[in-house]
Design a protein. Structure first.
Length: 314
């Protein structure tokens, strides 16, 4: 597995580094640590420095920025090397989102790890502009990191040594949720981690939308049959996923919620307080033409904890 860790010196990127350490990745896992110094490029690759020339003071300022970027990378690399990961570092100048996506493609990255916000994002923003672009266009899975303490009742694990105690996995039987299940099983998560598998029942919503002209009795009969079939499938999905994680030694639980997928996932997160919500980039209703499904985007934007968006490997 190849991982791209994006840092910018913000508290969120510090959390991203701690989150990566908490995954307990195998020794020798390749991690590229990238920081991008923002620089606007216009048509033809022209920058402001090209137009007005690089004064001595501007040159010194750029050298200082480069030095600080190198120091930032060195400190992060040292922390990760202690975990016996194979670490290399990169400094780029330019558009952060574009360069993150480019590096991920060039290195055939499996996972991009980054803070949900950056240094320049306003405090009121729940999700930074760079993170939004990366999660939408990346072909790799993306872990957007926020600081959310583990459930208070998990006192048997020392918080300073384990940042991932509980994962909420949203599953719907689609190839996208199967992909995120496979990804979680390969990471690996810490052995003490509890995995809660949840799925949402939406038949009561869709039945009325799809059959508005049928008479009441017909609607009721169709709705009852649809709900029975959907509930059975929901339990099949959660039971299958639970078995996969139990076979790897993880503690598991399952929950089935009736309601829209996005709101159900966020409601389950408020109740179970996971460290990470994991879901596919799209669901059963996701159109192939879309880069990111509306459910994944909504959860990434409004969740209080870190969010892992898994993508199908082609």
């Amino acid at each position: 597995m190849k991982i791209l860790l994006v840092i910018d010196g913000s508290s969120y990127s510090e959390m991203a580094t701690r989150m990566l350490k908490a995954l307990h990745l195998p020794s020798g896992t390749a991690v590229t640590v990238l920081t991008v110094v923002p620089e606007t490029t216009f048509l033809g690759g022209v920058t402001l420095d090209v137009i007005r020339g690089v004064s001595q003071s501007r040159k010194k300022a750029k050298e200082e920025q480069q030095r600080k970027a190198a120091e930032l990378l060195q400190g992060t690399a040292q922390v990760l090397t202690e975990s016996k990961l194979e670490v290399d570092t990169l400094v780029h100048w330019g558009n952060p989102a574009e360069l993150i996506l480019w590096e991920a493609e060039e290195r055939n990255t499996s996972l991009i790890v980054m803070g949900a916000k950056g240094l320049t994002d306003p405090l009121a923003f729940r999700l930074g502009s760079v993170a939004q672009t990366v999660m939408k266009y990346a072909r790799a899975s993306v872990l957007l990191v926020r600081n959310r303490p583990a459930a208070a009742e998990l006192t048997h694990v020392r918080k300073e040594t384990a940042a991932i105690n509980r994962v909420l996995l949203a599953a719907d039987g689609s190839k996208y949720s199967e992909a995120v299940i496979k990804f979680l099983l390969e990471l690996p998560l810490p052995r003490h981690c509890e995995v809660i598998i949840m799925t949402a029942l939406q038949s009561h919503l869709m039945a009325w939308v799809k059959t508005p002209t049928l008479d009441f009795n017909t609607n009721q009969e169709l709705l009852s049959r649809l709900q029975t079939a959907e509930e059975a499938e929901a339990h099949n999905i959660t039971a299958k996923a639970e078995k996969q994680f139990q076979n790897k030694g993880y503690r598991t639980a399952s929950v089935v919620i009736r309601g829209g997928a996005g709101e159900s996932i966020l409601a389950a997160a408020r109740e179970y307080k996971p460290d990470i919500i994991a879901l596919g980039s799209r669901g059963l209703s996701g159109l192939e033409a879309l880069l990111l499904g509306s459910v994944a985007e909504r959860v990434a934007r409004y969740a209080d904890c870190s969010v892992l968006i898994g993508r199908v490997v082609k």
